[in-house]
Design a protein around this ligand. Structure first.
Ligand SMILES: Cc1ncc(COP(=O)(O)O)c(C=O)c1O
Length: 416
């Protein structure tokens, strides 16, 4: 196989995909030859981390494990020095097992079971969020040494998923909650909010910070000493710089200078680092009256697996056919492939008709059974949300690459 000559880091994933496909045998009938797989570029994660620290140097990131709990990714982030936002006992264990100090963890789920509170307490995790009176009673009983963040209502109406309906104390409730915490002898150390995942509107952060300022003042009047503001997650790759500069201005405007700002980014760190490669396992070409409909491709992963975002976030999927010359070892397929525009719908492997990855998309080549389709930007809420519905495997192999490492090595070779 030919090595990329003028090396472009974006081509590294494709190169690795082709190398793997060259090793697979389409005709073996073995499970391993039919499995989807990920290629994860940890160098891309590193670049996002650099982007974060460049644009929001005063905001400490606590990576939201729920977004993608891949153990190799978590270890990489732990080494980069991020904190972690955990939502469950399992996530707490994953992070603590890496040797991460409990002070680098925020248990950012406002509604927790007694067992979760006890696990956090026993691990030495202290930072956690709440937004209601009953949770305060549970915390008093099971985690009385907690350092509490009052989660307040915030919402970006344009976010991919809005969180305002589920979590966040309303402005009318905050004084009552702060007073109850004071009466129970619980320590409130900060305010948190989350404007919604996949936020697009920096004004929602500004509005939330204005509300947070009011809560800081209420808390101070009661006697609490607040030291933190947790601005949650929601950051996207596109438009991040603009969002960050709006946030910095709002922090200056609404927060006292000594307040420590933390955040819980998820998708910003992982989405563009993972590529998913799926195999076309069957095809139904339209015949007779059905000819006006696109031909149907069936692949080995769908909305009950790594494509749940098609349902939840209404994401439009745009796969590309992995370069045929290198991926299709099956000469039978190559010899009869028809060039030119083809329209397809793409379906997952389950027997459920909801399991549709895309209703209609154009390809510039005919796609055949045994071909592989590549989906970029599959690192957020994909393997984290996939299920075993219909008995299909939920977790797939991941091949790790590091574009930064390769670039540095090439530079070294060039430099002699
Ligand atoms: C409490 C909390 N923090 C952080 C996140 C991460 O959000 P995102 O991936 O949009 O950055 C989520 C997402 O659901 C969340 O619920």
């Amino acid at each position: 196989m030919k090595l990329p000559s003028a090396f472009n880091p974006d081509e590294l994933a494709m190169f690795v995909i082709q190398a793997r496909l060259a090793l697979l045998d389409n005709e073996s009938g073995n499970v391993e030859d039919d499995e989807p797989f990920f290629v994860a570029d940890l160098g891309q994660v590193y670049q996002q981390h650099q982007r974060w620290t460049r644009n929001l140097p005063a905001v400490q990131p606590f990576y939201a494990v729920k977004c993608n709990p891949d153990p190799t990714l978590l270890r990489f982030l732990a080494e980069l020095g991020t904190g972690f936002d955990c939502a469950s006992i399992d996530e707490l264990k994953r992070v603590r097992n890496l040797g991460v100090d409990p002070s680098r963890i925020v248990f950012a789920n406002p509604c927790k079971a007694a067992s979760a509170l006890c696990t956090a307490r026993d691990m030495g995790v202290t930072k956690t969020t709440f937004d209601n009176l009953d949770e305060l009673d549970s915390i008093k009983q099971f985690m009385p040494n907690a350092q509490l963040f009052l989660r307040i209502y915030a919402s970006d109406d344009d976010a991919l998923i809005q969180f305002g309906d589920k979590f966040g104390a309303s402005p009318e409730a905050t004084t009552v909650l702060l007073e109850r915490a004071w009466d129970l002898g619980l320590e409130i150390v900060g305010v948190s909010f989350h404007v919604g995942t996949g936020a697009t509107n920096h004004q929602s952060f500004v509005d939330a910070m204005e509300r947070a300022e009011t809560v800081f003042n209420q808390a101070t009047r009661i006697g609490h000493h607040l030291q933190y503001l947790d601005i949650g997650g929601g950051f996207q790759d596109a438009g991040f710089e603009r969002m960050a500069s709006g946030i910095k201005e709002a922090v200056k405007l609404y927060m006292p200078p000594e307040v420590r700002i933390i955040a819980e980014p998820g998708r910003f760190y992982t989405r563009n680092a993972y590529t998913l490669v799926c195999k076309v396992i069957s095809r139904r070409c339209q015949i007779g009256n059905d000819k006006s409909n696109p031909d149907m491709l069936y692949q080995n992963d769908g909305v009950y697996g790594n494509f749940m975002n098609v349902l939840v976030e209404k994401e439009i999927m745009r796969p590309s056919l992995v370069t045929p010359a290198l991926s299709l070892t099956d000469s039978r397929a190559e010899s009869s492939r028809v060039d030119g525009e083809h329209w397809y719908s793409i379906w997952g492997p389950t027997c459920d008709s909801v399991d549709c990855v895309t209703r209609k998309m154009r390809m510039d080549l005919e796609v055949k059974v045994g071909d592989w389709l590549m989906y970029k930007n599959m690192g957020a809420y994909t393997m984290a949300t996939s299920t075993r519905f219909n008995g299909f495997e939920a977790q797939h192999p991941v091949i790790y690459i590091n574009r930064m490492y390769v670039m540095n090595s090439i530079d070294k070779v060039r430099g002699g």
